[in-house]
Design a protein around this ligand. Structure first.
Ligand SMILES: [Zn+2]
Length: 302
């Protein structure tokens, strides 16, 4: 297993009291260095402009890249940029692209990208929901264009719907999107009837749902659809905010539920994708849950 990260990802500061704080990545890195110190740790490169241009409008790219070294900028009510944000965003997106190259080259089967800011709410044209660039979408588009893949799957188990990812690939049959998320929660998209060109699979979980229901919807609906797709590469938007301890949501998952799903995905990737899995950190706002879940997730990816 390769782990991509970069110190610049700690320098993005969305403001005081903001839940998406640098300490999140700090605890993930501490925990992984302890539990997975033997992994192949690599420094995430900066993403290239051409990689951004595959999924993002020029206006959004300029908005993020043209901020000066002293600028603080509020992009939406809960998304802001600080002087370190530009570099953080470039390395977070660059991690996913490098991770795809690494698994396609056969350097390793699996990669975890320990990066922030997260990405799955950023649409082609809009930074939102703590996200500047859509890291996982940039990685998926790169896999299609640079490596010629025709069936890439993005699995998103963050408690929020990845509206940006869905939006970017809504009419692109090369990339399929599979998400379970809590109903009635930000950004209020992700209804089951949102199907794209038959490449979008959404399951809503009512507040209070626990591991039993979570495992059932994956086992009965989402994993069979993934199995039918036979993806050539599996990408994961790994958010851990469906954990019972998380302050921003009301699902009741335990760490073992995240381990269970990761185990299923790893086995599925072995059957169809030559074992190739690239996972990127998304949400997760309780530090203890984040620590436990990232280790359990990587235990199964190893
Ligand atoms: Zn989330």
């Amino acid at each position: 297993m390769i782990i991509y990260t970069h110190p610049a990802c700690l320098q993005h500061d969305p403001g005081p009291e903001h839940p998406e704080r640098p300490a999140r990545l700090q605890v993930v890195l501490e925990a992984l260095r302890q539990a997975h110190g033997d992994a192949d740790w690599r420094e995430a490169p900066m993403v290239k402009r051409g990689d951004l241009q595959r999924v993002h409008a020029e206006e959004l790219i300029r908005q993020v890249l043209d901020t000066g070294p002293d600028d603080y900028l509020q992009l939406d009510p809960d998304t802001a940029m600080s002087p370190g944000s530009r570099q953080a965003a470039l390395h977070a997106a660059g991690a996913g692209v490098a991770a795809v190259d690494a698994v396609m080259r056969g350097d390793a089967d699996t990669v975890f990208c320990a990066v922030r800011p997260p990405g799955h709410h950023a649409t082609g044209s809009t930074a939102m929901g703590f996200c500047l660039f859509n890291n996982i979408a940039i990685a998926a588009a790169h896999a299609c264009d640079a490596h010629g893949l025709e069936r890439v799957a993005i699995v998103d188990f963050d408690v929020h719907h990845g509206n940006g990812t869905q939006d970017i690939f809504f009419n692109d049959p090369r990339v399929a999107y599979f998400s379970s998320h809590e109903s009635g929660l930000y950004p209020n998209s992700g209804a089951p009837y949102e199907r794209g060109v038959g490449n979008v699979f959404n399951v809503l979980l009512p507040p209070g749902s626990g591991g039993f229901r979570f495992q059932n919807v994956w086992e009965d609906e989402l994993l069979p659809a993934l199995e039918t797709l036979q993806p050539q590469l599996l990408l994961i938007s790994a958010g851990f905010d469906a954990h019972v301890r998380d302050p921003l949501a009301d699902l009741m998952l335990e760490t073992s539920d995240f381990a269970w799903l990761t185990r299923q995905l790893r086995a599925l990737a072995r059957r169809h994708a030559g074992g190739r899995v690239v996972s990127m950190l998304e949400g997760g706002y309780d530090l203890e849950a984040l620590r436990e879940c990232s280790v359990a997730h990587c235990d199964e990816l190893r």
